[in-house]
Design a protein around this ligand. Structure first.
Ligand SMILES: C[S@@+](CC[C@H](N)C(=O)[O-])C[C@H]1O[C@@H](n2cnc3c(N)ncnc32)[C@H](O)[C@@H]1O
Length: 217
């Protein structure tokens, strides 16, 4: 009886904590959208199905630096940290200080660095944190609503910062990110995730290794 009572006591508290955590992140995301609708581009974070499918082709054993653009409230951050080697790093870059402050408050992992800045400056940011290149770059940026010219500049900088053999991972409701990736990367694989609000298109842009380039003529 005492055990049951203790459990009954504990249940609502845990549920409340979970609910607070859940609505906390969504609340911050929604606030970010209301304040900067064009830059955020969505009112709901990505689903776990999108996260799983997007990260599947990553070779985690060979990943020393993973970069994410537009992490928002960190929907991808913990899943990436869960897969990342212990001596690797995750650098996330977002233009919205509200999101960076939220991430720094909620993610406590020595491999994690949250930078308030623009994806356009990825090369400088990566170097400032002691790295030459990134193995993978993941983007949640709303490419179709970004200011004119910014998308192509980000895609070009991303190609330069990724090591040969690495990849640029994008997910978006439209084909804008995939099309941009195709203009800058050597090979693009495409995917689709219906279990997301809204259903979204996934793309993996691969940077060819020099030996592969030579053997292809
Ligand atoms: C659709 S939200 C991504 C949300 C999150 N990654 C998810 O999967 O739920 C887009 C994010 O991109 C950020 N953003 C927009 N322009 C940016 C830029 N130039 N550099 C970095 N982040 C940017 C916004 O502040 C926002 O956090």
């Amino acid at each position: 009886m005492a055990g049951y009572e203790a459990l009954a006591e504990r249940k609502p508290t845990r549920l409340k904590q979970k609910m607070r955590r859940f609505f906390g992140a969504w609340g911050v995301f929604f606030q970010g959208f209301v304040e900067h609708p064009v830059m955020v581009g969505s009112i709901i974070p990505s689903s776990r199905y999108t996260i799983r499918k997007m990260l599947r082709p990553v070779d985690w054993e060979r990943c020393q630096l993973f970069v994410e653009y537009g992490p928002g409230v960190g929907t991808f951050c913990q899943p990436v940290l869960d897969r990342l080697p212990r001596d690797a790093s995750l650098i996330v870059i977002d233009t919205n200080p509200l999101f960076i402050e939220y991430l720094n408050r909620t993610i406590h992992d020595s491999r994690f660095v949250a930078v308030h800045g623009s994806a356009e400056d990825v090369e400088e940011i990566v170097r400032a944190h002691g790295h030459e290149q990134a193995d993978y770059v993941l983007s949640g940026l709303p490419f179709s609503t970004l200011p004119e010219g910014l998308g192509p500049r980000i895609a070009a900088a991303t190609y330069r910062v990724i090591r040969p053999g690495g990849a640029f991972l994008t997910y978006q409701f439209s084909n804008a990110a995939r099309n941009l990736t195709a203009q800058h990367f050597d090979r693009v694989d495409s995917g689709f995730e219906p279990l997301n609000i809204l259903p979204c298109r996934l793309a993996w842009g691969w940077k060819r290794k020099p030996d592969a380039a030579a053997s292809n003529g």
